[in-house]
Design a protein around this ligand. Sequence first.
Ligand code: SPV
Ligand code: MG
Length: 586
Amino acid sequence: MTLLNNTLPEQRRGKLKSLLKQRALVRVLEAHNGLSGILANNVYVEGQTENGTIRHEYDAIWESSLTDSASKGHPDIEVISFDSRLATISEILAVTNKPMIVDGDTGGDPNNFEYMVSKLERAGVSAVIIEDKVFPKRNSLETGAQQTLEDPQVFAQKIKRGKNICMTNDFLIIARIESLIAGKDMDTAVQRAKIYLSAGVDGIMIHSKSKQPNEVLEFAKRYKALPENLTKGKPLVCVPTTYNTITEDELAKAGFNIVIHANHLLRSAYKAMEETAKIILSNQRSFEADPHCALVRDIFSTVGFLDVKKKDEENELTTNIPTIIPAAGEDPTLKAELNGKPKAMLEIGGKTLLQRQIEALNHNDLTDITVVTGYAADQMKAEGVTFVENKNYRNGTSLQSILTAKNKIQHGWLMLYADIVLQDNILPKILECKEDIVLVVDSAPQYHPGDKRTTLDYVISKHKAKPARRKISFVHENIIAKIGNKINPETATHEFIGLAKFSKTGAEQFLQTYQDCIQNYKGKFQEADDITRFNFTDLIQEMIDRGFTVNFVEIQQGWLEIHQPEDIELANKLFQQSASELIQTH
Ligand code: SPV
Ligand code: MG
C-alpha cells in the first residue's frame, strides 16, 4: 500500500463535482483492487505540442461491478455482496486520492440503496451509478442475456430515497438507463431520462452495447434537447466499451461529460496473466516470461515498499545511531596502573573498560561503534567495533579525536568518554530523548559540593532548580547554561558524565560551530588556552553562547568514572559482585 496518495473522505468527495465544473470531459478508468487503483490514480502520459508539454491522466476511478466480481472469480450478477464490494472500494480508496464513481448495480431495494448511499458517501466516494433493472441484474454486455427493466416510477422512487439520505451536496446519484441494452427504443430511453431527472437525479448514464456509437450519439442529441431546467448541471455519462473507435474528444463534443473506460485494466491483466502462465508451462522455467512481467522493483515502488525501506534506513539511523568513543589520550595519572596500555584496555573485574562499554551499547542495540585510538593504538583490541586512529593525539584533545571520525557523526551520533562504566539503565534514558543535543549529567554535585577534583566537567543548569523542588524533570526544560572543568564546583548543579547524543540537526550545528571557530578565531577560547586545545565541553559552551539549546538528562549515580587509582580499586571491588547492583552504591 502506498501512503503517497493519502487523503480524507471529505477532501476527496467533492472533487468530482469540481472537476465537472472545470472541464468539458472527465476521464475515468476502472480499478478492481488496490494495485489497479494506484495505477488508475497515478499513471500519466506526457507529450509535446506546438503549445508546449501536455499531460494526460485519468480524472477519476470507476469501481466496476463487472471487474470487482470477475477479480473475485464471480459473474457480474449482483452475487457479490455489498460488504464485499465495499471492501474493494475501501482498498482502492486507501491508496488513491482521485474521486471515485461506484457502480452500484441496481442499488437493491430502496432500503438497501439508502444504506449503500450512506456508506459510500461516508467513505468519500463521489458518485454512485445505479441501473434501472430489476435485482439481481445481469451484466449488460453479453448478447442474449436476460435483461429485465425496472418500472421507471419505482426506480425514480429509489432515486428520491437515496437523495434524501445524502448528507452533503458533493455526493452524486446518477441514473443509468438500460433501455437500449434491453432492446427498447430511443423514445423509451429518453422518456426514462425525463422521469429520473424530475425525481432529482444528479446525472444520467446511457448504456449501449452497440459496436457503433450511433445510439449514444443519438441519445446525447435528444438529451441536449430536453428542457434546460431538467438537465442543467446534470452530467451525461457513457461507457464506450463496444463502440470504442470514437474518441473522448468526439464524445465530449457530442455532449458527454463523463467517459468511463470500464474494464480495461482487468481485461489486460487477465490476458497478460494467462500468457505468462502458458509461457512458463511451455518452457518449464520462467526466464522466457520475464519480458512479459513487470520488474519486482517496479511493483515495490508502486505499492510503497521502497518508501518503507527508506524509512527503515532513516529509522535505523535513529535507533542504531553511530557511537564514537574518543579513547586516544594518554592518562598520566594512571601511568603505573596502565603499564603502557591505553586506558580503555584497563581491566576491571576481568573485562576491559572498552569491553564493558561495548556490551552496554550492544544491550541497547547500538552496534555501530567507532573507537578513536591514539596512544598505544596497537594495543587497543575489541571485537565488533571500528578503530580509527588520531595520529596527532598528543597535540589535540578529545574533540579532535571525535572529529577523526567526522564521517560517522554527520547524521546524528552518540558520544561516550572512554573512561566511564555505565549501568544498563543509563543509555535508554538518553536514547529516548528527542532533543537535538542532550548531555547526561549527574546531580551529585548538588549533594556533594566542594569536590576538588579539577578534571570533572561541571554543569550549571539554566534554571538552577534542585530536584527536590521539581519532582518531574522534563528534559525539554533541562537546559545547560554553563559547562566546563573550571567552573567552581560549589556553584555547579551537575557533573557531565561523558555521554552525549546529537540528532542530525544537533550534529550539523555542532560541526558548523566547530568549523566557524577554527576558521575565525585564534588564541584563548572558552576554557582552552588556545583554540588548538579546544575541547568537547568548550565547543558545547560556545554553542550555548551562540544560542543553541543544549539539554541535559539528569541521573543520580549509576555510572563510574576511572580517574584516580582509587577508582580502579573501587571498580574492581564492585565488579567482583554483580555490576548493576553495585554501581548503585558508588
Ligand atoms: C461495469 O463495469 O460493471 C459496468 C459496465 O456496469 S458494463 O460492464 O458495460 O455493464
Ligand atoms: Mg456493472
